[in-house]
Design a protein around this ligand. Structure first.
Ligand SMILES: [Zn+2]
Length: 552
């Protein structure tokens, strides 16, 4: 390090002293001899950090930082290992996923017969007549190359109602007993915004239901989770996420129950990642009446945006598009809420000071959500509303210009190209160059985030990096190469941009004096790694607020 750098670092340290009252300056921990990628433009690289309580007290060279050590300071030699800020998953469903992992059959299996076997096994442990529930089923990943049918499920489990959610979360598959229990038969009409599938040859129920039709099952399936179950679900998923380097995650479709579960998990010492808890719009009135709005809480559990839903899903081909899906000339996808409905709820939220996050995947969905945001801002301009477009998958130049004009935040799927490559062919080569459009967003000065949407997508940050940098799936197929970004950009997308999306860019997202000590120690340097093996970089340790949340 040259003298100029040292002086800058020294001044940085002085600034740190000013931030903390003198009696609290005790340095608890120093990490040194590291290759620290700070994501701070003023000081992109450092060797060492000093941590006091839950914050970075100093960031700089080994000699400067080690000088701050007191007698009680613990020192850890990073032995040249690479450190990044903790990763922020800006859109996923951890609370729900945790409950699912506790209670449901994980149907992420590679054949229909394997799924049947797993369901059968669960049924033998379940009293007759009670529900057998599954999740993470993916029709594109089974070797039979066809979707599950009522007959498959009846054959596997005849005496229990069976209801399975698709990995994407927008379609479900049920057996005959489940349909009977829910009061659905082949004459039941499609509800608005939903679809009950029929076998085209026989007209009988196929077993598949899409979008709002799934609500017909909600009353039939008992919701018998206890308060402890909800806390335990958060505990389980939080552990799973910490292992991969995640220190913060947005709960993208949260409820008051989820908000309580996060608080309970935090109180019992089991919350290992920071939660920005969106609130489903059905609870908006109650939340407003109770005086809640976006931002309430603290750095561990905070009330996030209100969640609205405009269209369907990418993996299940229900996203609303302006041109039809490949090979389905009449299929443009589904609009779940009308523009008027979105506006009515959005206005209420906007006036009450809430951030709004609207699920919008297809270009028609995104256009609709933007029209609502533009109207809200025109009628009642608010400073820095940070409107969010959840997923914001299929875009074009006009949409990008409108997103930039509003300074809205897209949260595109980060691991889809790598993990769900087989679904990319529904969209065609040309459209893929306008999907998960990180290159276009960054070039336009927009701040996209890293977002797994787990369970639909995998949440591993190193997989996100590889997917975004290579635009290549597991089998080596390249999808939409024009949207490739650099490793450095992908790290920023996964850290500082995520913090910005929750109004917390002054609190976390980079390794900077005064910010929360959230970081990841990696086994290898992603900037020196072959891009096609980024996903294999091991996470050695994860820290949130100065505490190790994972150690390998
Ligand atoms: Zn989602």
């Amino acid at each position: 390090m040259n003298e100029g750098t040292s002086r800058r670092e020294f001044l940085g340290t002085l600034a740190a002293f000013l931030l903390f009252p003198l009696e609290q300056e005790k340095v608890d921990l120093i990490l040194y001899n590291g290759n620290i990628l700070t994501v701070n433009d003023k000081e992109p690289r450092a060797q060492a950090v000093a941590i006091a309580r839950d914050r970075f007290l100093a960031v700089g060279s080994d000699s400067d930082v080690l000088n701050l050590a007191g007698t009680a300071t613990r020192k850890i030699d990073l032995r040249g290992k690479t450190v990044t800020p903790g990763f922020i998953d800006a859109h996923s469903h951890p609370a729900e996923a945790g409950l699912m992992h506790l209670r449901m059959v994980d149907c992420d299996l590679r054949s229909i017969s394997a799924i049947q076997a797993a369901l059968r096994e669960r049924a033998t442990k379940t009293p007759a007549g009670e529900w057998v529930l599954g999740f993470k089923y993916d029709d594109t990943k089974t070797e039979e190359g066809r979707p599950l049918t009522v007959a498959d499920l009846d054959a596997a489990v005849p005496d229990h109602p069976v209801h399975i959610q698709h990995r994407g979360g927008h379609t479900t598959y049920s057996n005959s007993l489940a349909f009977r229990k829910a009061g659905i038969d082949e004459k039941t009409p499609d509800p608005p915004g939903g679809k009950i599938d029929h076998d085209p040859a026989t007209g009988k129920l196929s077993g598949r239901m899409a979008e709002s039709a799934n609500a017909l099952f909600e009353k039939a399936i008992p919701q018998n989770f206890t308060r402890d179950d909800h806390r335990d679900g958060v505990k389980l998923i939080s552990k799973m996420m910490a292992r991969t380097g995640i220190t913060s995650a947005t709960e993208a479709q949260g409820t008051p129950t989820d908000l309580r579960a996060y608080q309970d998990a935090r109180e019992s010492g089991d919350l290992l990642h920071r939660a920005y808890c969106f609130i489903n719009f059905h609870f908006l009135d109650a939340m407003i009446a109770a005086g809640n709005r976006t931002g309430l809480g603290d750095e561990w559990v905070r009330v996030g945006a209100v969640k609205l839903v405009c269209d369907g899903s990418i993996s299940e081909r229900t996203a609303r598009l302006s041109t039809p899906y490949e090979g389905r000339p009449d299929d443009y996808g589904i609009l779940v809420m009308t523009e008027d409905e979105l506006y009515a709820v959005g206005r209420k939220a906007h006036l009450a000071g809430w951030q709004i996050g609207t699920h919008a995947n297809g270009d028609v969905g995104i256009d609709t959500a933007l029209r609502v945001y533009e109207r809200l801002q025109k009628e009642n301009p608010r400073r820095d509303p940070r409107f969010r477009l959840e997923h914001c998958t299929v875009v074009n130049d006009t949409l990008i210009a409108r997103i930039k004009a509003l300074d809205a935040i897209p949260t595109p799927f980060s691991t889809y190209v790598y993990y769900h490559g087989e679904k990319m062919r529904y969209y065609g080569a040309e459209r893929l160059n306008h999907m998960f459009a990180l290159r276009s967003f960054i070039d336009a000065g927009i701040r996209p985030t890293q977002a797994s949407d787990y369970p639909p997508g995998e949440f591993i940050p190193m997989m996100a990096l590889q997917s975004e940098v290579t635009r290549t799936d597991m089998k080596g197929n390249v999808w939409g190469p024009k949207q490739k970004i650099t490793v450095e950009e992908a790290i920023r997308v996964g850290t500082l941009n995520g913090a910005y999306a929750s109004y917390e860019e002054n609190l976390k997202g980079s390794i900077e004096v005064g910010k929360l000590a959230d970081l990841v120690v990696l086994g290898r340097d992603p900037l020196k790694e072959n891009p096609s093996t980024l996903v294999k970089i091991p996470v050695e340790r994860t820290m949130a607020g100065g505490r190790w949340t994972f150690e390998s």
